[in-house]
Write a protein that binds this ligand. Structure first.
Ligand SMILES: Cc1cc2nc3c(=O)[nH]c(=O)nc-3n(C[C@H](O)[C@H](O)[C@H](O)COP(=O)(O)OP(=O)(O)OC[C@H]3O[C@@H](n4cnc5c(N)ncnc54)[C@H](O)[C@@H]3O)c2cc1C
Ligand code: SF4
Length: 330
């Protein structure tokens, strides 16, 4: 492993300044992804700016009913928080579907959002990979790509984003709050990660040196139905082959709010806007769900070995939508 310096930031302002002062800097959260990538030689920072102990470790209930989650809140603590369990069950379920208890105790909210793809060619420095080494090619396109994208991929990259948590946050209309030397701003989680296009080396819309300070969940009443479901090769300790998060409200016999996002199908959590538009105003019937999900997945362009993901994602989505609206249909 290459040698590197280590500094610990005491405030977001200090973190951004320390980062800006050293071109080869990386922020360090729980380290469960970054340190692994350093051992593999994929990440080679000159300095780690440790942001894991910034005073951003609170889950705060705001007067308007929104919930602010600090960037350093650990995944275990967020999953167990009473307000998250009561008002955003999809988020709690998504967190608990990820990694293992030990990893969730260390992993932070910001680090989870910013974890890198699990594409094996990205993680192997002897292989071509446009994300790790722009212009070197994409080993996965004609190689091993069973786990890769079926939506929104490009000739340059077919990787997926691995986070379970980010899928739930996208369906729940959460915002990412960031801070940089030019000030603070926020952007929707659904638009935070990029599609690969011609620049797969850029995972997100973060500007260089910007620090994620937290995530804002809009107000949701207790009992608003939301859920997360994940299909994977093993029952635990395994990334998704496909997943879905959904929040659906039925009023007077019709759907009046729908937030749906797919995981493991694209380079970012895939917000299913076409399906949502088709559902709002419709009665929550099996036919309406099938029409909406088929409309969304008609955009899929599977690769040689991953066409199975489309019917898998379809089944997960239909199951979740059916279960979430069961009470409204009786
Ligand atoms: C064996 C294994 C199984 C796993 N299974 C799953 C799974 O099923 N589902 C799942 O979702 N995840 C899974 N994970 C991934 C795990 O969730 C991530 O490693 C973890 O969430 C990363 O959080 P961290 O705080 O440790 O991030 P770090 O490793 O510290 O950082 C990750 C990235 O975020 C950046 N970063 C950290 N904090 C900030 C900040 N505040 N602002 C800006 N950038 C920042 C770092 O620079 C780095 O690029 C698994 C990991 C392992 C090792
Ligand atoms: S899919 Fe993306 S991350 Fe994987 S080898 Fe191709 S360019 Fe690299």
């Amino acid at each position: 492993m290459k040698t590197f310096d280590y500094v610990r930031a005491g405030s977001p302002e200090e973190a951004a300044e320390l980062f800006a002062a050293r071109p080869g800097a990386r922020y360090l959260g729980g380290g469960t992804n970054l340190v692994d990538l350093m051992k593999l030689g994929v990440e080679r920072p000159d300095v780690l700016v440790d942001v894991s102990r910034l005073p951003l470790d609170e889950v705060e209930e705001l007067p308007d009913g929104a919930l602010r989650v600090g960037a350093t809140v650990r995944n275990s603590d967020l999953a167990a928080h009473p307000a998250v369990r009561a008002r955003y069950p999809a988020l709690s379920q998504a967190l608990l579907a990820g990694a293992s208890g030990q990893l969730r105790n260390a992993a932070t909210t910001a680090g989870n959002l910013l974890q890198r793809t699990r594409c094996p060619y990205f993680q192997d420095v002897s292989k071509p990979c446009n994300k790790r080494a722009p212009g070197s090619g994409c080993g996965a396109r004609e190689g091993v790509h069973r786990d890769h994208a079926v939506l929104g991929h490009s000739p340059q990259c077919i990787a997926t984003h691995p986070s379970d948590m980010a899928v739930a946050l996208a369906a729940l209309d959460a915002q990412v709050e960031v801070y940089g030397t030019e000030g603070a701003r926020s952007l929707p989680v659904a638009d935070f990660h990029r599609l690969p296009g011609a620049h797969p080396e850029r995972d997100t819309e973060l500007r260089p040196g910007e620090l994620v300070t937290g995530v804002l969940l809009p107000a949701a009443p207790a009992g608003l139905p939301s859920a997360y479901r994940k299909a994977r090769d093993r029952a635990s300790y395994s990334f998704a082959l496909a997943s879905v998060a959904a929040v659906v409200r039925v009023t007077d016999g019709v759907v009046d709010h729908a937030g749906i996002a797919f995981g493991a199908l694209a380079h970012r959590p895939w917000r299913a806007r076409r399906a949502e538009q088709a559902l709002v105003g419709a009665a929550p019937t099996a036919a309406a769900f099938e029409h909406a999900i088929d409309l969304e997945l008609s955009a899929a362009e599977p690769l040689r070995d991953n066409a199975f993901k489309v019917p898998l994602a379809r089944s997960l989505a239909l199951d979740v939508l059916t279960r979430l609206t069961a009470a409204a249909r009786t």
